[in-house]
Structures are given as C-alpha cells and as structure tokens.
Design a protein around this ligand. Structure first.
Ligand code: GDP
Ligand code: MG
Length: 163
C-alpha cells in the first residue's frame, strides 16, 4: 500500500505548486463531490525512485457557506485522518502568520508524522522566516522552493522514512 502524504497550510504558501511539481501530469482525481472534498486533489507523487500518494488540501478560497476557518479546520482534519505523513507548509518569506499558528494548533493534536516545510526559501529573503518557524513547535523547518525545485532531497528523506 502506498504511503499517503498530505500538504496542509494556509492559502498562498505554495501547496499546489508543490503538488503539481511532484505529481506532474499524472493527476488521478479531481474530486467534485459537494462540500469540502471538492477542493481536494490527489495524485501519485514522485521524487526520484520514491512514489507516494499526494493530497493537496486546496481551494478553501472558493465561495462556500462555511467560514474560512471552519473550512480550513475540516480540510486539515480530513488530511490528518487519512495521511501517513503531513507536510505543514508555511511561506518562509512571509514568516509565521496568525493563520499558520492556527494550523499549528490543529496539527499539534494529531498523533501523526508532521514535517514543517518553509516554502519560497530560494534566496536570503527566507532566512528570517526559517528562524521564526521554530516558534511553531515542529522543530527545524525544511527549506523548500516548490517553484524552483530546491529542497526536494530533504523531502525525499522524510517521506522515505515513512514508506
Ligand atoms: P497554495 O494556495 O498554498 O496552493 O499556493 P500556490 O501553489 O497556489 O502558490 C501561491 C503563490 O506562491 C503563487 O504565486 C506561486 O507561484 C508562488 N510560489 C509557490 N512556490 C513558490 C516558491 O518556491 N517560491 C516563490 N518565490 N513563490 C512560490
Ligand atoms: Mg492551492
């Protein structure tokens, strides 16, 4: 059975960019059932010789009756429930925001394998964010640039430990 990896975090940190990079063209499911699940994308991710199921918790930007916070909570709880590995993504350039702290509180309750990912980490502009990230309580953040494909070796390491 394939390991399931979920990318979780507030909007605009780069979750879908990472999803598209790791899944490439092989997007398996675009789920359009009503409710929060319609925002969920799943595909086969690959880093080198490592294959896994990747879940992108996308799209709570869409119009919905629920509040943004309620939708984020539902999506995060769903991801927590079904994932073996959770990649908690922040934007290293933006630093830690109150919404990131909100996600951290939700994730802290989960008894799962959680790795903090500091995306947009290409260049020195990310350095303060990488230090700030320790305050979230998930240890050292893995610096990543989903857009430029940097940091994937460290991602390989944490995912391969769960396979
Ligand atoms: P999501 O809402 O978390 O799924 O974020 P998206 O993947 O839609 O990305 C949000 C924005 O961040 C887009 O403009 C991306 O081009 C940009 N972005 C994503 N990854 C990176 C990165 O590694 N570096 C930089 N500088 N921008 C990025
Ligand atoms: Mg997205």
């Amino acid at each position: 059975m394939s390991v399931t990896v979920a990318v979780v975090g507030r909007p605009n940190v780069g979750k879908s960019t990472l999803f598209n990079r790791l899944v490439g063209r092989k997007i398996a499911i675009v789920d359009d059932t009503p409710g929060v699940t319609r925002d969920r994308r799943e595909g086969q991710g690959r880093i080198g010789d490592l294959y896994f199921t990747l879940v992108d918790t996308a799209g709570y930007e869409d119009a919905n009756d629920d509040s943004l916070e309620a939708r984020m909570r539902k999506q995060t709880e769903m991801a927590i429930a079904e994932a073996d590995v959770i990649l908690f993504m922040i934007d290293a350039r933006a630093g830690v925001t109150p919404t990131d702290e909100h996600f951290a509180r939700l994730l802290r309750r989960a008894n799962k394998d959680i790795h903090l990912i500091a995306n947009k980490a290409e260049g020195r502009a990310a350095d303060p964010g990488l230090i700030e990230a320790f305050a979230l309580g998930f240890g050292e953040a893995i610096p990543l640039s989903a857009e430029h494909g940097l940091g994937l070796a460290d991602l390989y390491t944490v995912i391969s430990q769960a396979v």
